[in-house]
Design a protein around this ligand. Structure first.
Ligand SMILES: Nc1ncnc2c1ncn2[C@@H]1O[C@H](COP(=O)(O)OP(=O)(O)OP(=O)(O)O)[C@@H](O)[C@H]1O
Length: 447
């Protein structure tokens, strides 16, 4: 199944289950170390942590729970990824563990082929390969954390709720989730619940039979049916009218629905992924949103942070959208001026990524020089001084210094002496700045 033999740790107290897992994994060519209690596993894994590619851990153990094993080992410098094996009643706990960093979970009973596939996907080598390929959503630790979660959620059929401000990239995240899931060859159907008039939404989602209402001249298949075995993405779910919420709950819980005016019960096979810019959690949920539906939709939650909380992505997105816009037009623009970049880093981006994309596209269309200037990105500032939001000057300087240092280190393959010379500062000054800005990991050689 895989070229290199993996080293797997197994924490399972049931001798029959444990024995058969060990036998099967060894047949696959993997080396397995088996512990039958949580305490034995903690001391065993501590000693082997570096060399284990994955730990498969039962949640219910005779002495302590698998959750305690995981949390006690989580702080090891090179702690291995954990795949949990759970009973049906423990899904909530498994989901909580995934949110705190476990790589995956399987519910008993499971098919061995699927189990092997999950082990192969979750083990450490695959993860480092994934890292090497880079992330799709951005460069900041915050967005990479969200992307890691989405990739972990991809192998499951449970509903996912994506929360984030308008324009932050919730639909992009939903599409990524679909693309990395086993459903990728099936349809991805996106429905914006806020954009469709309430009286049409039911027949748009569930379809209708001929004659169901005036004007229904033929049978119409709704989004739920057209999604097939793919993904049904319900955007702005917080705007779904109350009467439809009950029908949606049935769609998810029973896996079935009726077309409007129809008697036949249709089977629903798609995965539901929904998104909202509102906080639908218990604390702030509007009374117009059903609590039971919220819990059903949010089994696997993920938050897309606003752009102002992920500065590292601003420069990355600027370059990406500039490249896109430039490839579509016959532009002679070579890039962003340092001042334009600083202005972008200092701006709070209330409209998030969508606003950044629009501003770059407009700047490319209107700029008259080879380098995009602050006024191209923020033309309104020229006419409305004082309108722009302010951030501390020190933050602007740090962001600009970080970006230039990162560029110099990239250019020199992480060699501090050469980078210092490119930046026309001493090695000591560069080192001090890198320490302050948290960039010391980028250094390869201090020669
Ligand atoms: N990580 C990203 N990489 C590239 N483009 C992105 C990224 N995130 C968002 N975008 C772009 O930003 C715009 C808004 O993204 P998207 O529609 O996914 O946001 P949203 O949160 O779903 O918005 P809304 O709340 O309005 O539904 C789109 O043009 C999208 O292509």
């Amino acid at each position: 199944m895989q070229p290199d033999p993996a080293r797997i740790g197994l924490v399972e107290d049931d001798p029959v289950m444990g024995g058969s897992i060990v036998q099967r994994l060894e047949l696959e060519g993997w080396r397995v170390t088996w512990w039958q209690s949580g305490r034995d596993a903690i001391s065993g894994i501590e000693g082997l942590s570096d060399s284990l590619d994955l730990v498969i851990c039962d949640i219910r153990l005779p002495d302590i729970s698998g959750e305690v094993v995981f949390s006690e080992l989580a702080n090891l410098p090179n702690s291995p990824p954990f795949l949990f094996v759970t009973g049906h009643g423990e899904i909530d706990q498994a989901v909580r563990l995934m949110r705190s960093g476990a790589v995956d979970f399987m519910t008993k009973p499971f098919a061995m082929e699927e189990f092997l596939r999950r082990i192969d996907a979750g083990r450490r080598t695959t993860h480092s390969q994934l890292r090497l390929k880079g992330y799709f959503l951005g460069e900041s630790p915050a967005i990479q954390h969200a992307e890691d979660l989405l990739r972990r959620y991809a192998g499951h059929d449970l509903p996912v709720l994506i929360t984030g401000e308008t324009g932050s990239g919730k639909e992009v995240a939903a599409r990524l989730l679909h693309e990395v899931s086993p459903r990728r060859a099936e349809p991805f159907i996106a429905v914006n619940c806020a954009a469709i008039p309430a009286e049409l939404l039911e027949s748009e989602i569930f379809g209708h039979e001929k004659g169901a209402f005036t004007g229904a001249q033929q049978r119409h298949l709704g989004y739920a049916e057209r999604a097939g075995k793919g993904t049904l993405f319900l955007d702005e779910i917080g705007d779904m009218p109350m009467p439809l919420q009950a029908k949606l709950l049935r769609l998810i819980e029973a896996g079935s629905f009726n077309r409007v005016g129809g008697e036949t019960c249709c089977t629903f096979r798609a995965r539901v992924v929904s998104a909202t810019h509102r906080d639908l959690s218990q604390r702030d949920r509007p009374s117009s949103f059903r609590e039971d539906l919220y819990f059903r939709l949010a089994v696997l939650p993920v938050t897309i942070p606003p752009l102002r909380e992920r500065h590292e992505d601003i420069a990355w997105l600027l370059d990406r959208f500039l490249e896109n816009a430039a490839s579509r037009s016959n532009t002679r623009i070579r890039g962003f001026s340092a001042l334009a970049e600083e202005a972008a880093l200092a701006y709070p981006w209330p409209g998030n990524v969508r606003e950044l994309r629009n501003r770059v596209e407009r700047a490319v269309a209107l700029s008259t020089s080879e380098w995009i200037m602050p006024g191209d990105l923020f033309p309104e500032r020229a006419t409305k001084p004082g309108n722009a939001a302010f951030v501390p000057l020190a933050d602007v300087r740090d962001a600009a210094e970080r970006r230039q240092i990162e560029r110099a280190l990239d250019e020199t393959g992480g060699q501090i002496a050469k980078a210092a010379s490119l930046l026309a500062i001493s090695r000591t000054t560069l080192w001090e700045k890198m320490t302050r800005l948290g960039l010391v990991d980028r250094v390869r050689s201090t020669s």
